[in-house]
Design a protein around this ligand. Structure first.
Ligand code: TYM
Length: 333
């Protein structure tokens, strides 16, 4: 049995939002109390689409600040950036040779991100899931907290781990990593379209609540958030065709740490303008302190660089120990 170990990553592509917080960061924080955790700013993943070097540099520090501002503690968790531990790239190459083209061709995120003109997507974007498998397997992580959008990538990581173990006849060498996906709200949807996930790449800033939004911006965005004209009812089945309403009610429930049924019972008969005021209050209560903490932390770049440097040193030791064994298994001299 492998020792329990948590690994997860967030891309430093700017504008971390409520989806990142409720889908991932919040669980990162609660897991660090129970298990050994590594949390990684995945800058190698970010460059699969072109990043302006100056912006990338500042986004790496900003994502580190968001980790800390959300409650991660550099004394409890290993916080580092991916490019500073070269083993991620080395193992990714080995796994590129384990993973099958057919497996990658099934990845829906590549299809979404590459869009119509697949020929123009970078090769990095295509093999992105293999790098993600390498991130996890490099540390032999057993648990991976992610939002539901990453489920398919996690399944692929398990397939790759299994194939490596089988091909090289090293039973259980890589543990099969288990995704930890929030039960109640695994996918926060856009505030403009309840069928699309909230995302940093969507054009309209009104589609998402950013962790750095001011209280006024949060209130304004929730006021403008799409709903329908029906009042709130207390039958959960009524929401099957009301994705925007369901999304806002789910966000409220998650922030209040209660089941959605309790929320709809509480607000049954009320209209959305009343509910939105309550939701804004909850959001401001949770998100504003994170936003102001991010701003404060960004005033001390040296401290953030220091956190990454110390994290890197710890991550490197684990990575090198595992890589030594991996190189031997593969047959390198
Ligand atoms: P990224 O940077 O897109 O998102 C970081 C985390 O936030 C979650 N998330 C959401 N959860 C719920 N609702 C949403 N609307 C929403 N949007 C984003 C993501 O699921 C993710 O958990 N490929 C990963 C990063 C990665 C990684 C890894 C994760 C690289 N290597 C190894 C785990 C393990 C990604 O692009 O996440």
């Amino acid at each position: 049995m492998s020792k329990k170990l948590v690994f997860s990553g967030v891309q430093p592509t700017g504008n971390l939002h409520l989806g990142n917080y409720l889908g991932a960061l919040k669980s990162f924080v609660s897991l660090q109390k129970k298990m050994d955790c590594l949390y990684c700013v995945v800058d190698l993943h970010a460059i699969t689409t072109f990043q302006d070097p100056k912006e990338l540099n500042s986004n790496i520090l900003e994502t580190t600040a968001a980790f800390l501002a959300s409650g991660l503690d550099a004394k409890k968790s290993i916080i580092f950036n991916q490019s500073s531990v070269s083993g991620h790239a080395e193992l990714a190459w080995i796994l590129n040779c384990v993973c099958r083209v057919g497996w990658l061709n099934r990845m829906t995120q590549f299809k979404d991100k590459a869009g119509k003109d697949k020929e123009k997507a970078s090769v990095g974007l295509y093999i992105y899931p293999n790098l993600m498998a390498a991130d996890i397997l490099l540390y032999k992580a057993t648990h991976v907290p992610v939002g539901a959008d990453q489920k398919q990538h996690l399944e692929l990581s398990r397939d790759i781990a299994q194939k490596f173990n089988n091909d090289f006849k090293v039973d259980n060498f890589f543990p099969l990593p288990e995704p930890l996906i929030q039960k109640n709200i695994s996918r926060i949807m856009s505030l403009r379209d309840g069928t699309k996930k909230m995302s940093k790449s969507e054009d309209s800033d009104y589609s998402r609540i950013n962790l750095k939004d001011s209280a006024d911006e949060i209130v304004k965005k929730i006021k403008k958030a799409k709903t329908d004209t029906d009042p709130i009812t207390d039958n959960i089945k009524d929401y099957e065709k009301r994705p925007e309403a369901l999304n806002l009610l789910s966000i409220y429930s998650e922030l209040s740490e209660q089941e959605i049924q309790k929320t709809i019972t509480e607000f049954a008969g009320k209209n959305f303008s009343f509910f939105k005021n309550q939701l804004s209050e909850k959001l401001v209560e949770t998100i504003s302190p994170i936003g102001s903490n991010i701003a404060k932390l960004l005033n001390d770049k040296k401290h953030l660089e220091d956190v990454l440097k110390k994290g890197t040193e710890k991550a490197y030791i684990i990575a090198e120990e595992n890589l030594k064994k991996i190189r031997e298994i593969v047959g390198f001299v």
